[in-house]
Design a binder for this molecule. Structure first.
Ligand code: XMP
Length: 317
């Protein structure tokens, strides 16, 4: 029978064999898979693992600083790269969802390639690919897959010439979490909802500006922290907020307002392929809505998405 302890022991031993004194580069995303892959390799080769964590300016509020901190506490050799303005520049004026995804993927590769170059004599690229990604090899999940989906593009970045190591390739998600537990990774990282590689960019309908990102970060933060406070976070598979380009009329004191509508989305799911909207308690939704409208400037209306997948997708873009 499979146990996570045995898996860790065997995999660390194999990685030691395979990697020897070679240097390895890995892109951390803040998600479960890349974090667990990093810790496994860290156990095998320590400081020869060079992790890169890119701030694309599309993460949740304070996420970059918080996650970077946890990584450092875990002992990882990790470099945080602030590339916010590169991403914002590339996104400026783009409204088409696929164009936004492509721009983000392209900039990620540029930034990652530039950073990988700074590691002298690096031999390997590590990825947090898990078994479902292998099967569904065309899926675009996380930085690792963003890289994969660009395999066919001419003029490969230099890091693509590296040998690839994927220690989680045989595991399902729940097994990855067990391995993470065995490696004492923070529950805050292991229990985290899935978050798309393009981040908040696909939850801001239309073009992206730093101001819109800030508004959505505040809304999302209120929603997510209330889910955690009321013990509902672990009952939903994924949750987040969407900033719509729709403006509606409201009143604030005796002033007429004309501001944006945000939507809240929370779903239950097994694997993200199908999903149902979460039946969150009305009282909870009422509190979250009030807090958002009272605190976030630029938002005067909150709606709750009651669409299941299919036919709706989890993300709005
Ligand atoms: P949809 O919206 O297709 O989402 O129902 C299913 C799951 O995939 C995530 N998702 C993405 N993840 N890059 C990613 O890394 C993407 O472009 C992307 N689009 C959707 C989504 O958050 C959900 O968990």
């Amino acid at each position: 029978d499979w146990t996570s302890e045995q898996f860790v022991d065997a995999t660390v031993a194999e990685l030691k064999q395979q990697l020897g004194n070679d240097k390895v580069v890995l892109g951390l995303s803040g998600g479960v898979d890349s974090s667990v892959a990093a810790m496994l390799i860290h156990h095998a080769i320590g400081k020869n693992l060079y992790c890169i964590f890119v701030d694309n300016g599309l993460l949740r509020k304070d996420e970059f600083a918080n996650v970077l901190d946890s990584y450092k506490h875990m002992g990882l050799n990790v470099k945080g790269v602030d590339a916010k303005s590169k991403f914002y520049d590339a996104l400026a004026g783009l409204t088409d969802p696929e164009a936004k995804r492509k721009a983000i993927g392209r900039v990620f590769i540029e930034v990652f390639d530039e950073e990988a170059h700074k590691i002298e004599d690096v031999k390997w690229l590590a990825q947090g690919t898990i078994y479902p990604d292998v099967i569904e090899s065309l899926s675009v999940k996380g930085p690792s897959a963003t890289i994969k989906s660009h395999h066919n593009v001419g003029g490969l970045p230099d890091f693509m010439k590296l040998k690839v190591v994927e220690p989680l390739k045989t595991l399902f998600k729940d097994e990855v979490r067990l391995v993470g537990k065995t490696l004492h990774i923070d529950d805050a990282i292991l229990g985290r909802h899935p978050f798309p590689g393009p981040g908040l960019a696909i939850r801001i309908l239309g073009d992206i500006t730093p101001e819109k990102v800030q508004i959505l970060q505040q809304v999302d933060h209120i929603f997510i922290s209330n889910l955690k406070k009321s013990g509902l976070y672990d009952e939903v598979w994924q949750a987040g907020a969407i900033l719509t380009p729709v403006q509606s009329v409201g009143v604030m004191g005796d002033e007429r307002t004309y501001e944006n509508v945000v939507a809240l989305r929370a779903v239950t799911s097994i694997d993200g392929m199908t999903a149902d909207w979460s039946r969150l308690p009305y009282e909870f939704l009422a509190d979250v809505s009030n807090e958002i409208i009272n605190k976030v400037k630029g938002v005067n209306r909150v709606v709750y998405d009651i669409s299941s997948k299919p036919p709706a997708t989890i993300e709005w873009e």
